[in-house]
Design a protein around this ligand. Structure first.
Ligand code: SF4
Ligand code: SF4
Length: 103
């Protein structure tokens, strides 16, 4: 089962995860990133790379994160979401969001 990006990524987009993904399966909109469930090879490299603990394995995630499995799959198919293969600047709101999360 693939990995997914969840709500902590919203307003952060640090994109450290993109740097470590061997198959470039991250997709992005203006607010956050998503993982394509059919492209992810389940390597786990991105999970520890995320500074705001937004990434979970679908095999091992809190119940409240389950809705994000469908959101990742659906959003990767939307026209306003693009494949992202190189690290970008984090959003201006990223440090404040990280602080608010206590991370
Ligand atoms: S490293 Fe974490 S916060 Fe940054 S883009 Fe990836 S999932 Fe989102
Ligand atoms: S688990 Fe591996 S393949 Fe899947 S998104 Fe993370 S780094 Fe990419």
């Amino acid at each position: 089962m693939p990995y997914i990006v969840t709500e902590n990524c919203m307003d952060c987009r640090f994109t450290d995860c993109v740097e470590v993904c061997p198959v470039d399966c991250f997709y992005a909109d203006a607010k956050m990133l998503y993982i394509h469930p059919e492209e992810c090879i389940d390597c786990g490299a991105c999970e520890p790379a995320c500074p705001v603990e937004a990434i979970f394995s679908t095999d091992d995630m809190p119940d409240e994160m389950e809705k994000w499995e469908k959101i990742n799959a659906d959003r990767c198919e939307d026209d306003d979401v693009v494949n992202i293969t190189e690290q970008e600047d984090a959003l201006p709101t990223a440090e404040a969001k990280k602080e608010a999360l206590g991370l």
